[in-house]
Write a protein that binds this ligand. Sequence first.
Ligand code: NAI
Length: 396
Amino acid sequence: MIIQPKFRGFICTTAHPVGCEYNVKEQIEYVKSLEFSQGPKNVLVIGASTGYGLASRITAAFGYKAGTIGVFFEKQASAPKKTASAGWYNSAAFEKSAHAEGLYAKSVNGDAFSNEIKNQVAELIKKDLGKVDLVIYSLAAPRRVDPVTGEVYNSVLKPIGRDYASKTVDFHTGEVTDITIERAAGEEIKNTVAVMGGDDWKLWMETLKSQNLLADNVITLAYSYVGPELTHPIYRDGTIGKAKDDLEAAAGEITGSLKEIGGKAYVSINKAVVTQASSAIPVVPLYVSILFKVMKNKGIHEGCIEQMSRLLKNLYEGNLLLDDKGRIRIDDLEMRDDVQEEVSRAWNMVNSDNIKDISDLEGYRNEFFQLFGFSINGVDYEKDIEIEIGIPSIES
Ligand code: NAI
């Protein structure tokens, strides 16, 4: 089939398997260009198919030669014409490359919030690895079904307390418009915390601990974001920020529960990057477009793989930057005063006429297309290709 990108808002409903494989291989090559010393041996990544989770898995496997189990919720292709999701193709490419180098890599596709998937993963660890010494929790999900009550929680991206007026961009057209986002109402804060907070991370760690699947001195990581004041009303002070507060508080509880085996839970504050999750947040794509321009001009631009390899190297090779709340900070370059001063100046001026000059909208849009395997140099998009690609460890 010849595959074209098809958009519905900030979602692309098609994905290109060859492009996705290129993306994964490029990240692998980047990791291989770095030097790693001692690190994790058996790693579980929850949310392993795209964005920060995929980059974490690639770093663990190709940097530290770790065996990895990846958990994700992706769609396989369906005949005759529906492509798989990008995360499916990414994971197929990842496993193929890992196996070619003799690395252990298996994947579990299903709802990570469910008891069924937790138990399936526990069985797999027991059977194949014995124990894991690093657990990475990198889920970004719009909804969660409570595994005990069956209640469905939907997360929202809204300000709290008052409506929020700001600017946003349609990154397909470059049109900058004013928007007002209504404040969260009713149970929306609580529901967002239930989806994106720390509850499910704790449940994963309890499941693994109770079945004796965590190695001594195990480390577990989850990811969060702080960002500058201009995004605070929609992010850090909004519904998602409340969920992140809850996630960050869970790190302390998990560390307490891992005391006997010397385990430690950290939240890492990562920088803003283009992923499927971040492109869904109002205001953020405009901020990220401006941020990219500033960071690229200063020669300090980073994507997921640069961030994740820096994170794991700092963690295992001893250069951990912690803030006063005990969180790892690898958003240090994004948050530098000189970077944020320039972003803020551009933010105040930006409109539909000057956006192409004062932001890297083109770079943002390209990275967005690339998430789905499009806009990649070297891929022949006119070629008729097979869309039904299997993930080696998953029987379809
Ligand atoms: P993403 O959308 O690229 O990846 C989400 C992952 O979660 C995918 O592997 C997906 O398959 C998986 N997933 C979603 N629902 C699932 C379910 N029910 N069961 C199993 N797997 C499921 O997201 P991204 O941006 O990499 O986010 C990961 C974490 O990093 C999130 O906690 C996010 O808040 C955080 N973060 C993201 C930043 C950004 O700019 N993108 C910045 C700082 C932190």
